[in-house]
Design a binder for this molecule. Structure first.
Ligand code: DOR
Ligand code: ZN
Length: 345
């Protein structure tokens, strides 16, 4: 039975939601995470530092006694974000980044951005203040095929952003393509990417073959197998610019198993276990610590966690579902056996 000790992992992109949902999501990740960078796409969105601090307090109320879990916050960038808010974010020890959602790109993105060029003055302030710009990198044009949306966003917007603002720290979130891997690799050290657990193990066949599998539907959508392989290669490469951000995104069963089901895969119950499966398959377990517990903190300029968790090769079965705001929440790999398990002691 193999066993690995990891520094307590950090998740640099997680959706915890709000209200009753926190009773499910927070204890799940507090079991083994050191820090979680919490996404701001609530309704209404978290657009101001003071809203983020109030949200942080609501999250903290659900952290079980004895857990070291610390939420870090993001702000939702809108067409009207004032430069002063960027300065306030830079001054806050709890707010780490602004999140850019192109309007209409994903869950609760209606308040997002309509014209990226109009934000250049704000990017300039972020660059000067050292505030990270976290990007959902997909175009939303109706005539752009959904499988091409990430690549087109890079060509149309990201190349230009990093050229104009060479010191702006940018995270391209939840990358899904070999094109994104290539772009990030070629960019300066101010540019990084998060990779999710589920995109390390899913390709588009897993979502569409043998019937539509709503619990595998997320945005950006999983791509061809060659793209999944490129993500695994990048995650296991030991390059500091690729680090873990789960995009764990809970939605009640009734909203997933619907005629128009919403996007999101829930992985917070087993983040490290899913990553371990992908790394072990590639014989790269020795690289897991840097990916899950090191490179993200380095990029955000925070110390690495000193507490540890132990990952043990020990079979267990994922529950079929969890209670969730009066509905049920179907986790990734529901009812399936997994080979690795994290012990938090
Ligand atoms: O699948 C997704 N779900 N992708 C996102 O970008 C947002 C997330 C959510 O909030 O549900
Ligand atoms: Zn997300």
């Amino acid at each position: 039975m193999r066993q690995i000790v990891l520094a307590r992992p950090d998740d640099w992109h997680i959706h915890l939601r709000d209200g009753d949902a926190l009773a499910t999501t927070v204890p799940h990740c507090a079991r083994y995470l050191g820090r979680g960078l919490v996404m701001p796409n609530l309704q209404p969105p978290v657009t101001r530092v003071e809203l983020a601090l109030a949200y942080r307090d609501r999250i903290l109320r659900h952290v079980p006694d004895g857990s070291a879990f610390t939420p870090l916050m993001t702000l939702y960038l809108t067409d009207d974000t004032p430069a002063d808010e960027v300065r306030r974010a830079a001054d806050s020890e709890h707010v780490m980044a602004f999140k850019l959602y192109p309007a209409g790109a994903t869950t609760n993105s209606a308040a997002g951005i309509h014209g990226i060029e109009a934000l250049y003055p704000i990017f300039e302030v972020m660059e000067r203040e050292g505030v990270v710009l976290s990007i959902h990198g997909e175009v939303t044009d109706r005539d752009c095929d959904i499988f091409d949306r990430e690549r087109v966003f890079i060509d149309r917007h990201l190349e230009e952003i990093v050229k104009r603002f060479p010191s702006l720290r940018v995270v391209l979130e939840h990358i899904t393509t070999a094109d994104a891997v290539e772009f990030v690799r070629a960019a300066s050290h101010h540019v990084a990417a998060t990779i999710t657990a589920h995109h390390l193990v899913l390709n588009r066949n897993d979502m569409l073959v043998g019937g539509i599998r709503p619990h595998h539907y997320c945005l950006p959508v999983p791509k061809r197998e060659r793209h999944r392989e490129a993500l695994v290669e990048a995650a296991c490469s030991g390059e500091p610019r690729f680090f873990f951000g789960s995009d764990s995104a809970p939605h009640g069963r009734s909203r997933k198993e619907a005629a128009c089901g919403c996007a999101g895969v829930y992985t917070a119950h087993a983040l490290v276990e899913i990553c371990a499966t992908a790394f072990a398959h590639r014989g790269a377990l020795k690289r897991l610590n840097d990916f899950c517990s090191g490179f993200g903190a380095d990029f955000y300029g925070l110390p690495r966690t000193t507490e540890t968790v132990t990952l043990v090769e020990e079979p267990w079965t994922v529950p079929e579902d969890f209670p969730f705001t009066g509905d049920r929440l179907v986790p990734f790999h529901a009812g399936q056996e997994m080979a690795w398990r994290v012990h938090d002691a």
